[in-house]
Design a protein around this ligand. Structure first.
Ligand code: URA
Length: 433
């Protein structure tokens, strides 16, 4: 088989065979296919798409390019939750303990943040002592003991995807539905949980701007999950506005703690309950309404927060910081951003808000960047709120006050005002089962 012929097939609109896809994926992983040929095939896929069959074969080939977790030592069905990425998305830190508190076995492997979106592992590492790397044996032991773990992806998970994703990033081929669906699902399948709940985001802060595109992506991923024998569902959620009020690692942990303690209700709480209910429904088969009720009860009666502390403690984190969040180290400098005019906030470009947070030091522009856990943004006014000139919309936090120079204009650019309040799409837009 020659890579040249595989590229030509795809260029000419043919469906690639399973052996062609496996040849390509293996060659990518072991380095026998040069980057220029991989890039050419990726562009042909970007332009011509892939059939369901090709997507499935590609997903399985990438999953099998590396290590697949063996979760057979965990008692009970395991459940995983994946978000396609957003700004201020701290739901994992809320959903995982609630789900574990109501009896789910949650194996959550997350990535680190890059660009405008944050990563769960970075957020959790704001808690002093928290260890996001566990051996496979430790993971199994931990989940059996406390019901959940929240760790980083091992390097050996789907190495073909890593190689391909790095090339997609520099060849303008990221925004391709078959490539995104197969990339995400290859890693989810390698993580090997029995049930997978996908939180597929749409809007200005998401990979998919348009809800219709997000719906197509979600349907494709659910199809892949089911074909692999996993119970899979997707919740489509709105990322046209940052989730909650905090953006940035420590600030998001503090906000998550408030929700888990039952001290903060609103969209973040609502979305967390909905996601947890769907995870529990997949894992237990109990009616969704019952799973929702159990999730709410776990927050109300304190078991969700207690479970969060158990998980954090089991992973080496200092839980005193969760009992008393004033212990967290705060940024040295703060800067209020004020409304420029009278009117309603009609739109917040959530991607730009993520960029502003990155400029404060809370995120990474490139993988090698160090992040500042204390940096970030607290948003006081959001889309739909009425403001008057000079009113504080947000407070920015940084450890270097020069960072405000770049971050404030980016934040201001994200805000659009209007004389009229404009309808927003619902927070939870659609469910795909
Ligand atoms: N996240 C992934 O893991 N892969 C993609 O292609 C896009 C987002």
């Amino acid at each position: 088989m020659r890579m040249y012929d595989i590229i030509a097939h795809k260029r000419d609109g043919w469906e690639l065979t399973q052996s062609e896809i496996e040849f390509f994926t293996e060659g990518c992983t072991n380095g026998t296919i040069p980057d220029y040929q991989t890039a050419a095939l990726l562009m042909a896929i970007y332009l011509n798409g892939m059939s369901d069959n090709e997507i499935l074969n590609f997903t399985f080939a990438m999953r099998d390019s590396g290590f697949t977790a063996d979760l057979s030592g965990i008692k009970g069905p395991t459940v995983d939750k994946h978000s396609t990425g957003g700004v201020g998305d701290k739901t994992t830190m809320i959903v995982v303990p609630i789900a574990a508190a109501i009896g789910c076995k949650v194996v959550k492997m997350s990535g680190r943040g890059l660009g405008h979106t944050g990563g769960t592992v970075d957020k959790l590492e704001s808690i002093p002592g928290f260890q996001s790397e566990l051996t496979h044996k430790e993971l199994v032991k931990l989940v059996n003991k406390v019901g959940a773990c929240m760790i980083g992806h091992s390097e050996d998970i789907a190495p073909a995807d890593k190689k391909i994703y790095d090339l997609r990033d520099v060849t303008a081929t990221v925004e391709s539905l078959p490539l995104i669906a197969s990339s995400i699902m290859s890693k989810k399948l390698a993580c090997a949980s029995d049930c997978i709940l996908l939180d597929v985001k749409f809007g200005s802060g998401a990979l998919m701007k348009d809800p219709g595109d997000a719906m197509s992506l979600a349907s494709e991923m659910v199809k892949i999950g089911k074909s692999a024998g996993k119970k899979t569902a997707a919740v489509l959620t709105n990322m046209d506005v940052p989730l909650g009020n905090a953006v940035g690692n420590t600030l998001e942990v503090i906000e998550a703690v408030k929700v888990l303690k039952g001290e903060s209700k609103g969209p973040l709480y609502d979305i967390s309950i909905e996601l947890t209910a769907h995870m529990a429904h997949l894992a237990s088969g109990l009616p969704l309404a019952e799973c929702r009720r159990l999730s709410e009860e776990a927050v109300e009666n304190g078991t969700a927060f207690k479970k969060f502390k158990q998980i954090v403690k089991a992973q080496g984190g200092n839980t005193a910081y969760l009992d008393d969040t004033s212990l967290f180290e705060r940024a040295r400098y703060r800067c209020d951003v004020r409304a420029k005019q009278i009117g309603y906030i009609a739109f917040m470009d959530t991607h730009l808000i993520g960029d502003a947070s990155m400029k404060l030091g809370a995120g990474r522009e490139v993988k090698e960047d160090e992040i500042d856990h204390a940096a970030g943004i607290i948003i006081h006014k959001k889309t739909g709120d009425y403001v008057e000139p000079g009113q504080i919309i947000a407070t920015l936090y940084a450890n270097d006050d020069h960072y405000f120079h770049d971050a404030v204009p980016v934040f201001n650019q994200a805000i659009r005002y209007s004389d009229m309040n404009i309808d927003q799409l619902p927070l939870i837009y659609h469910i795909i089962k």
